[in-house]
Design a protein around this ligand. Structure first.
Ligand code: PLP
Length: 394
């Protein structure tokens, strides 16, 4: 069965041209970029080129790019480097809707000597800016706020936030893992000190990420001992993946326009098609400030996992808004932070598209999903009750 892949915020396929660029570096050109001989030297050249491509996508210089093992590592590195470089400061500001890469580290640090402010969001997933202003203090070591939310696609006003943080002389990091390649990101226009990105979200390979560190940012130089990456992160370079990340960044730059036109149109068509055909359905998140590829829709009085399983029978791959851990179907921390009612949060599905999706695929989802919801609601004891009470659209 063919897969209708609408889960691109989870991961993406490696683009054919990216894979092609990577392949020779597994078997023909397998030299170590640190070697003195020219066999390694030509690999070092290619690594350099990849670093330039990553830098170019975000308006940085190649000296400001540190290769890491993933977006999670970039996030952890940024926060740890900032607190190690500012040992006198014991306060960290982040939000309640960050990816676990930041959220879990924040929770850990809050038990290990740091005061961590998790800023709230409103019902549309927008940051409560007055709370952000109030939270800044002379003790703040770092502010880390994501650019785009992975579940809802909501964009935070990172340009505005970065400027305010800069005025206070505090280090600013943004997790741009979902933003890069989907919206324009330019560190020359925005005073960001550190920015995380990841290969597998932009049609590159898994297991490779990058951290942008603005020149002059106080940055602890010893994270993983060794001589590579300017002494910041030791270990022989993951050459093929670095080349893949470079290729993916080049592709992302070329495809940015398409992402914001064709992919956006597909997403809107999907969203409108489903909302038209399915009663008691609601989009989660600010519709005006959102990634062009993402929609999170709550179908009231049904279980997201049941929807996913039934869509799976038709080959449709998406995600639910539940944190399906230890057997409990708790709504995700993002939807809870937004105050999405329990009956709606439980039935929320995230569709995230890419340039590889087609009109036909969107039509297929719009055709298959309404009868699935209808069947599940027919089995739901809460559905009739909920309709009497008015539901979320009332
Ligand atoms: N940050 C955000 C916003 C993400 O969506 C993800 C992945 O889902 C990550 C960080 C982690 O990236 P990686 O999978 O490369 O560790």
């Amino acid at each position: 069965m063919e897969v209708i892949y609408a889960d691109n915020n989870a991961t993406t396929q490696v683009a054919p041209q990216v894979l092609e660029e990577m392949l020779p570096y597994f078997h023909e050109l397998y030299g170590n970029p640190s070697s003195m001989h020219s066999f390694g030297g030509q690999v070092a050249e290619k690594v350099k080129e990849a670093r330039e491509k990553v830098a170019h996508l975000i308006g940085a210089t190649s000296e400001e790019i540190l290769f890491t093992g993933c977006g999670t590592e970039s996030d952890n590195t940024a926060i740890r480097a900032a607190i190690e470089s500012n040992p006198g400061k014991k306060h960290i500001i982040t939000t309640r809707v960050e990816h676990p890469a930041i959220k879990n580290l924040g929770e850990y640090l809050s038990k290990h000597g740091y005061r961590v402010t998790f800023l709230p969001v409103d019902r549309k997933g927008r940051l409560k800016m007055e709370r952000f202003h109030e939270s800044l203090s002379d003790d703040t070591a770092i502010v880390s706020i994501m650019w785009a939310n992975n579940e809802t696609g909501v964009l935070f006003p990172v340009e505005e936030i970065a400027s305010i943080v800069r005025e206070r002389g505090i280090v600013f990091h943004t997790d741009a893992v979902q933003a890069v390649g989907k919206i324009p990101v330019d560190v020359r226009k925005t005073p960001i000190d550190m920015l995380s990105l990841s290969g597998h979200k932009i049609h590159g390979p898994k297991g490779i990420g990058a951290l942008y560190v603005r020149k002059g940012t106080k940055f602890s130089p010893f994270l993983i001992g060794g001589h590579q990456e300017g002494g910041w992160r030791g270990g022989t370079e993951n050459v093929a993946s670095i080349i893949g990340l470079g290729g993916a960044c080049e592709l992302a730059e070329e495809a940015l326009e398409e992402e914001n036109t064709r992919v956006r149109t597909l997403r809107d068509k999907l969203e409108n098609g489903l909302l038209e055909k399915i009663p008691n359905a609601l989009v989660n998140g600010d519709p005006k400030h959102r990634l062009p590829n993402t929609t999170s829709i709550s179908f009231e009085y049904v279980e997201g996992e049941a929807i996913l399983l039934m869509m799976n029978e038709f080959g449709i791959a998406a995600s639910s808004g539940s944190a399906c851990t230890s057997g409990s179907l708790e709504p995700s921390h993002v939807l809870r932070a937004m105050g999405v009612p329990f009956t709606a949060a439980h039935g929320s599905i995230r569709f995230s598209l890419s340039m590889f999706n087609t009109q036909e695929e969107i039509g297929f989802i719009i055709e298959k999903l309404p009868p699935i919801i209808e069947r599940l609601r027919a089995l739901s004891p809460f559905w009739k009750q909920g309709q009497k009470e008015g539901g979320i659209n009332s």
